[in-house]
Every structure is written in C-alpha cells, then in structure tokens.
Design a protein around this ligand. Structure first.
Ligand SMILES: [Zn+2]
Length: 219
C-alpha cells in the first residue's frame, strides 16, 4: 500500500496531501469519510463525555469495514483532563475490541498515561500493533514501551532540542518507530530530515525503514 518512495505520515489532522506523501488522517466517528485517502477512526478521550459507548461502537463497526480505514484511533487515555480514568478506560477498551476483531492497528493518544497503557496491554491478550502517537517521554519510558512491543511515533517534539523525545529518539530501535505531523506546522519532510540526522542515516534509508515498519504493522 505505502512504499519506501513516499514519506509515510502515520498521524495527521490535515487532509491536504501530495503525491510524495502517504498519510493516515485522523477521523472522528461522526460524519462521512472523505472520498480519498487513508483514515484512522475512533473516539478521542477528549470527546468521550458527549457520547454513549454503544453509539461509539455502532459507528465504529459501520465505518471500520471501509477499505480506506487502516487503523483505530486516535483513542487512548489522557490523565490531564477531568473525565474520570475509569470512564476513559472503558471507552478505550471497548474500541480495542474493534481493533482486535477487525485486525486494525491502534493509534494511541497518551497523556501522562504510559504506565496505564503498559498495564492494560499486559493484562489483556492484544495482538494488534499499538502505536503511541506524538511520543515525548524519557528514555526509560521509551524503553519499557519498546520492550512491551509498542511502536512510538515521533513528531514536532524532535524539532526541539530540549524535548524528551529529542533525547530518547536516537536510542529507540528504528524497527519500532513512525513519524507524524499531527497538528504541527512542520511538514513531514522536515520531520524526516531531522529524524534521519538524529539516527545518522539518510532520508532515503529512513523512508525504507519506516515503509518496512508500515508493512509489518498494516499487513
Ligand atoms: Zn492527533
């Protein structure tokens, strides 16, 4: 589907694209899917309060069979919002069942919740890949997630030398990374360039590695 000639952008909220870019646009479960492109669908933890779990699941099941839907997301846990953890976990787990049933990888929003994710992952028997988007935590956390088999997606935090992501990135195995723009004003090309220099490889080599990761996750 996606090739090593393209810049793969694993998570974005911008529909705009170019022939040199393949991207997964983050779509909510409300509204029709655009006619072109690839999508992830899911209920973001910020929007849980306005929704019933049954409604979310019904929409997800309807949309997930669309051939351009590649992943479930962004879904996850956010410890910085008021919505109670238990409620967030309920929505997250319900959507994970859809991921497993329809064999779609998960794109995860995690704020101060990496240890919750590790716990949830360990206590279930999840087989689909979990990709933490916008990863920006320290080496130790990266290490724990990598060992548990997670993929980490890096974005604009790489452009900031003071960020935790900047420090952790060179040590994260290339076979478990993705790159993304999310809502950034940096382009995916700029993020690849920075990532390649931090990994001491060429952009071409990095594109190849990420295309391989994509192939492994999204078969
Ligand atoms: Zn996002």
């Amino acid at each position: 589907m996606f090739s090593s000639e393209e810049f793969i952008n694993i998570h974005t909220h911008s529909l705009q694209t170019k022939p040199s870019i393949s991207q997964i646009y983050s779509h909510s479960i409300n509204g029709d899917l655009p006619s072109e492109g690839f999508f992830s669908i899911g209920m973001h933890p910020w929007h849980i309060k306005e929704n019933k779990i049954e409604t979310v699941l019904t929409s997800l099941m309807e949309m997930v069979t669309h051939p351009n839907v590649k992943a479930i997301g962004e879904i996850g846990i956010d410890r910085a919002i008021e919505t109670p953890y238990e409620l967030q976990e309920k929505f997250f787990k319900a959507q994970l069942t859809v991921s497993e049933h329809f064999k779609k990888p998960v794109i995860i929003h995690s704020v101060k919740a990496h240890s919750d994710l590790l716990f949830i992952h360990k206590s279930g028997s999840y087989k689909m890949p979990w990709i933490i988007h916008g990863f920006n935590a320290n080496k130790k956390t990266a290490d724990q997630l990598i060992k548990a088999g997670f993929y980490l997606s890096f974005g604009e935090a790489l452009m900031n030398e003071q960020s935790k992501a900047f420090e952790a990135f060179p040590l994260v195995p290339t076979k478990q990374i993705f790159l993304e723009t999310d809502e950034s004003s940096y382009s995916i090309e700029e993020i690849y360039e920075k990532a390649a220099s931090l990994k001491k490889m060429t952009v071409e080599q990095l594109k190849q590695k990420i295309a391989d990761n994509f192939q492994t996750c999204f078969k």
